[in-house]
Design a protein. Structure first.
Length: 374
């Protein structure tokens, strides 16, 4: 119970939670003000719609939800107007015309569940009591719903928007630390399969969050993200490759490839944990800094030198582990170069093609001299 209360308190005090609280209140207040200024008879529908749209934490989710609200509202409004016409001109009961219009909307929602707001709009237009002309009722309620959507869009864009770049970099730092945990757990003589699977679940979740953050950044900078933030564009692919290498190593270790390996296991564990930690710290520092601010260029050379030094221990690994470790080292070199240069590098996936282990991991032909040295 104490741990649950502690987690609840931490989630409440998190900066993102209060940002969302402020955005929701601003959206509600502005929706009410706009609805009053344009003299809507039922401004409550604007408030309800603004809550539905603004509760989305991401800009892409807000745009998607708002688009669904608009399309669903128009479809439901058309059905509501048709139902009122049948009620007025054919002398049918409200219940009868409601069920007649509900059937096609139910089919639509079965095919496209996100269009369920069309049924809600039909109910709002037709079933809730109202005064005045029959056709003015749906128009007023449609205007209220549209007001809530538009105001929520504006608030999402301009009020305490969470910069996608910072989110991507923070999630990248978290993923690098989880990958460090995965590799440190795997590089034992008898690794725990269940522990590795648990860490990998977290890695997959963080990688999905990074992909979502990149989509958010593309909305913020349509058509120009690669020029504004090349690292943000490259990070998902870079980290996906490092994770794939880590999974390869973990699977090989579980299958017994490290069972007869000696002190090199601890050396590799310590080195990878330290290097991935440095890369994560760099991502955190970039997330905390302003866009375009240049950080001190320190740490990358240490990572590259350590990877080069560790490559020289390749003869102590089994062929499978040598291949897997070579892949990981090559992808870590590429990731480090991109992170320290903010993605502004032309390095290829395997920049050190002359290295025998890197040549092997890149599936390039290995020279005869290199084979003899191995």
């Amino acid at each position: 119970m104490h741990e649950r209360l502690k987690n609840l308190f931490l989630s409440i005090t998190r900066r993102g939670t209060w940002r969302q609280v402020v955005r929701m209140n601003v959206s509600l207040i502005l929706s009410g003000i706009v609805a009053t200024i344009i003299h809507l008879d039922e401004p409550v529908w604007a408030l309800i719609t603004s809550v539905i749209v603004i509760t989305q934490t991401r800009l892409t989710q807000t745009l998607s939800t708002g688009r669904e609200q608009i399309v669903g509202t128009l479809i439901g409004a058309a059905a509501g107007m048709s139902a009122i016409a049948l009620e007025q001109w054919c002398a049918l009961s409200v219940g009868m015309v409601f069920w007649v219009m509900l059937m096609p909307l139910a089919v639509l929602v079965a095919l496209r569940p996100k269009m369920r707001v069309a049924i809600v709009t039909l109910m709002v237009v037709l079933l809730f009591p109202a005064t005045g002309e029959p056709f003015s009722r749906p128009l007023q309620r449609i205007a209220s719903i549209m007001t809530g959507v538009v105001v929520s869009f504006a608030v999402s864009f301009f009020v305490l928007r969470n910069e996608a770049r910072r989110e991507v970099l923070r999630n990248a730092a978290s993923l690098l630390r989880r990958l460090s945990d995965l590799l440190v757990t795997a590089l034992h003589q008898h690794p725990d399969h269940d522990a590795l699977a648990t860490v990998d679940v977290m890695c997959r979740s963080l990688l999905q969050d990074i992909n979502d953050g990149v989509q958010e950044a593309e909305v913020e900078h349509p058509g120009s993200l690669a020029r504004h933030d090349p690292l943000v564009v490259r990070l998902p692919g870079l980290l996906r490759r490092v994770r794939s290498d880590a999974i390869f190593i973990s699977r090989a270790a579980v299958e017994g490839e490290t069972a007869r390996t000696g002190d090199i296991l601890q050396q590799e564990r310590d080195m990878l944990g330290r290097m991935l930690g440095q890369m994560a710290d760099r991502c955190d520092a970039m997330a905390a800094s302003r866009r375009g601010h240049t950080l001190p260029d320190e740490g990358m050379r240490d990572i590259l030198d350590q990877l080069d030094l560790q490559d020289q221990q390749g003869e102590h690994w089994t062929p499978v582990m040598r291949f897997a470790i070579g892949l990981l080292h090559a992808d870590m070199r590429l990731a480090a170069r991109n992170i320290w240069s903010d993605g502004r590098t032309d390095d290829g996936p395997f920049p050190l093609s002359g290295h025998p282990f890197v040549a092997e991991t890149a599936f390039d032909p290995v020279s005869t001299n290199a084979v003899a040295r191995q």
